[in-house]
Design a protein around this ligand. Structure first.
Ligand SMILES: Cc1ncc(C[n+]2csc(CCOP(=O)(O)OP(=O)(O)O)c2C)c(N)n1
Ligand code: SF4
Length: 296
């Protein structure tokens, strides 16, 4: 019997997510109603469904509330410095191409301080699955304005409403060359788990944006209610459109939300490009590096 059984209608059953968590790290730091935990649940289900050898899956986070994910998952986990998870993950992948390397971090970590690494890893088609929990704010440090904060939303550093243009992350990833780009919310748990599974299986730079509530900071400052209210908003205002052009899916403050798998294409990964280039230059003298990289 499991050490952590749930009781459901009088029957003890193990929560399927438990084996993926480091029990000794519980309780977690996330606030009630925070959306990050829901994304972790989806990711654990995706790991099960992917049937990958977990000894060959690594997870890398930066700093932030979302950055805690790596520390809670019972994988080879790396909790790196703010803005650097993609740089770290790139090194990890190139040192050991057999690994499936997942970057799991917040919108600030990945696209503010880490924005440079983000655009170049997408351009190079580095073989990484990047999951970005977008709560439109810097949660861990008290709710400052992020590159994703929609126009008009209030933040500690924008008390009269944000006047800066925000990033459309899906379009950014697409324009830089990501081979897979999807957006879901924490209301869309089935679709999110499926996207994560696809992302785990796909070679190249995969970007999955997940809209998630930060009730403690973003919602409170903007008087949007608790986490459940935000999930209701996601439910009511989301429209699935897999065909959408990413330039048309920008998010606005409490406006309509386009979700779906926007991009799914093939392009040589960075390692593919290097191997093919040096094979052309050096012929048989060159031994391709990491050729079993990511094969199912
Ligand atoms: C070099 C550096 N600059 C700033 C910080 C402070 N800091 C820690 S987390 C964070 C922002 C986190 O926001 P986000 O990545 O959106 O994650 P969230 O907490 O919302 O999940 C900042 C600015 C830091 N730790 N290191
Ligand atoms: S501050 Fe916001 S993002 Fe951080 S744990 Fe709390 S609700 Fe989640």
């Amino acid at each position: 019997m499991s050490a952590n059984p749930d009781v459901c209608m009088g029957v003890e059953c193990e929560n399927p997510v438990m084996p993926y968590l480091r029990q000794e790290r519980m309780p977690h730091i996330w606030c009630p109603g925070c959306g990050i935990g829901t994304t972790v649940n989806c990711f654990a289900r995706a790991l099960t469904d992917s049937e990958l050898d977990l000894d060959k899956v690594s997870i890398v986070s930066g700093i932030g509330c979302t950055g805690r994910v790596a520390g809670y998952l019972d994988l080879d986990s790396f909790h790196t410095t703010h803005g650097r998870p993609i740089a770290f993950a790139t090194g990890l992948k190139l040192a050991n191409p057999e690994l499936k390397v997942v970057v799991y971090s917040g919108d600030g970590d990945l696209t503010a301080i880490g924005g440079n690494h983000f655009v170049h890893a997408a351009r190079r088609n580095m073989d990484l699955l990047v999951v970005c929990v977008n709560n439109f704010t810097y949660g861990m440090t008290g709710g400052q304005c992020a590159p994703t904060t929609p126009l008009g939303a209030k933040q500690t550093t924008m008390p009269y409403g944000n006047f800066e243009q925000s990033f459309n992350l899906a379009h950014l990833a697409d324009a830089c060359g990501a081979v897979y780009v999807a957006r879901w919310t924490v209301f869309h748990v089935k679709q999110l788990a499926r996207a994560m599974k696809e992302g785990l299986k796909k070679r190249g730079f995969v970007f999955i944006e997940v809209m998630a509530p930060c009730p403690t900071l973003f919602s409170r400052r903007n008087r949007l209610g608790d986490g459940v209210e935000q999930v209701k908003y996601y439910k009511e205002r989301s429209k699935i459109n897999h065909e959408a052009d990413t330039k048309d899916v920008a998010l606005t403050f409490q406006g309509d939300i386009t979700v779906g798998k926007f991009v799914d294409r093939e392009r040589p990964t960075w390692l593919d490009g290097m191997n093919s280039h040096y094979s052309d230059v050096f012929g048989d003298k060159y031994k391709p590096y990491g050729v079993t990289d990511g094969e199912d």
